[in-house]
Design a protein around this ligand. Sequence first.
Ligand code: SIN
Ligand code: MN
Length: 206
Amino acid sequence: MNVTLADGLVLLQSRLPPAAQRELWASCRELAEGPVPMYTPTVRGGRKMSVGMLCLGKHWNALTYQYEDRRSDFDSLPAPPIPPRFAAIATAAAADAGFTIQPDICIMNHYAAGAKMGVHQDNDERPETIAEGVPIVSVSLGDEARVVVGGLSRRDPTFPVMLKSGDVIVMGGPSRLRYHGVTRILAGTAPQGTGPGRFNLTFRQW
Ligand code: SIN
Ligand code: MN
């Protein structure tokens, strides 16, 4: 079921059937343990994030907040390519929500029980792409998450959105720069063949 939460903010519930969730989960695990492994980024100021991260297509540098081909804030390995079937999920979901995206970045985050992500804006992509409202497409797998979404100012009130395995949320147009964060992982809620924990894939166009 597709729910428009605000102009440009569309939640595609149960977008991925269980078999696709399991297949995508297995691919994420394989990538996470592959030659360019998932790692825990250290952000500006020296704090470690609570998620494991693996960037595909281009690497998001947690110290400079810029994209680069090699992860120079960690081990200088090149960002692996985005598997075409991953990108196809994002383009189709975006189209269903009324948007066009040519994803060249996919940030894969793994949340164990207790992991969170502070409220932030996704604004490290090209200014032109952001101005055009090209969406961020976010795919959830495994444990359910409580996400909060706010407005375009950090001071705007936030509202909670529960994201289950197989859900996709699209943030484009006037919602492209909404503040958002992850406040809680509901441990033990992952469907069979996914989990433990949660993978989130955010597809972006640089
Ligand atoms: C993110 O904002 O990068 C991740 C959002 C999520 O995990 O749902
Ligand atoms: Mn984000």
